[in-house]
Design a protein. Structure first.
Length: 88
């Protein structure tokens, strides 16, 4: 049986800013993201690269609290790569 019809769909984003938080542990990646978003216009797309194992769950909680949108989260080895859109 074939998978979902969109399983091979690739979505690309125009990234406005990349935050490299690979050497930072909780709450550092979220603090870096929050600080960066302060100076960016609504609709900006930010990529965060982190190695903190708690980052994905922290990001989900932060998104629910802040109203900013997680567009994508992927794991690649030890790295977590997240794409976020500033909504506020």
């Amino acid at each position: 049986m074939k998978g979902h019809p969109n399983e091979n769909l690739v979505i690309s984003y125009k990234i406005d800013k990349v935050i490299d938080a690979r050497g930072v542990m909780c709450p550092g990646p979220i603090l870096m993201l929050t600080s960066t978003l302060t100076n960016m216009p609504q609709g900006s797309i930010i990529m965060v690269i982190a190695r903190d194992p708690a980052f994905e769950e922290d990001l989900k909680s932060w998104s629910a609290y802040s109203g900013n949108e997680i567009l994508d989260i992927k794991r690649s080895g030890e790295e977590i790569i997240a794409i976020i859109r500033k909504n506020r």
